[in-house]
Design a protein. Structure first.
Length: 254
């Protein structure tokens, strides 16, 4: 029998999917309204990006982890390099089930040729129940591209039945891409990085939660890219573990 809680959750899911469909529809309207200028039409076309990754463990940005191999899938639709919508999911081979599926959209606003800011909304659903029921999330961030790539991401949890108190995660990452050369028709690069997070009542935990150095080996050819990555989390609060984790992702950008 459908309970009031189940019915409310179903309504939120339907609203999230409907919102995503509306975004894609708006993208198509933008394409049809671009006119006959070839460059303008090309710039306005919705650009899909698909990626799948095999990862040794599921490690969230604030340091929480679930041990065991997972597959992570992403489909992202980008309009005019400003407006984007995505669906992301995490399949646990240990649980033989999807323990998370996220829907979201964001708007990216260039400030200068090197600095941009963004904001958006995400709905995090937990089909297996491992992480609870669902979360409503507000997002904001900023990015700098220069001698170093710097990224700041703010995640704010809105109160729900299963997460009754709001909480915030502040995530910082610095990285630097080094082109290594060519391997036949493939472009090869190395990208070292370091990230950290500060949390404030984020799932009832507060403090400086982790520092994670990482290394990414990228191999790209035209629209295809393969990435091999290794990360080493240094946990800063007792609730989280020190962890070395790795993975490989394959992506195609249309």
């Amino acid at each position: 029998m459908e309970t009031r809680k189940t019915n409310w959750r179903l309504r939120i899911k339907m609203a999230a999917v409907a919102g995503l469909a509306a975004i894609v529809g708006a993208a198509n309207l933008l394409v049809s309204g671009c006119g006959s200028n070839n460059k303008l039409v090309d710039k306005c076309i919705t650009k899909p990006y698909v990626e799948t990754a095999l990862v040794s463990d599921y490690v969230a940005r604030h340091g929480m982890m679930v041990e065991g191999q997972v597959r992570q899938d992403l489909v992202n639709l980008n309009v005019n390099d400003r407006f984007s919508a995505f669906v992301w999911q995490n399949y646990s081979y240990k649980e033989n089930d999807f323990n998370e599926r996220d829907f979201g959209f964001s708007y990216n606003l260039p400030v200068t040729d090197k600095v941009s800011v963004r904001g958006g909304y995400e709905f995090w659903d937990y089909p297996s129940g491992t992480f609870g029921d669902y979360d409503n999330v507000l997002k904001a961030g900023a990015h700098y591209s220069g001698k170093l790539d710097l990224d700041f991401d703010l995640t704010h949890l809105l109160p729900t039945e299963t997460t009754p108190e709001s909480g915030t995660r502040y995530y910082f990452k610095a990285s630097k891409n080094f082109p290594v050369g060519n391997l036949g028709d493939f472009d090869v690069s190395l990208t070292p990085s370091i990230s950290t997070a500060i949390i404030d009542n984020y799932y009832r935990r507060t403090g400086h939660s982790q520092v994670t150095p990482g290394l990414n080996l990228g191999v790209a050819k035209k629209n295809w890219s393969l990435n091999l990555f290794l990360n080493a989390q240094d946990a800063k609060i007792p609730a989280f573990k020190n962890k070395m984790w790795s993975g490989a992702s394959l992506a195609y950008k249309f």
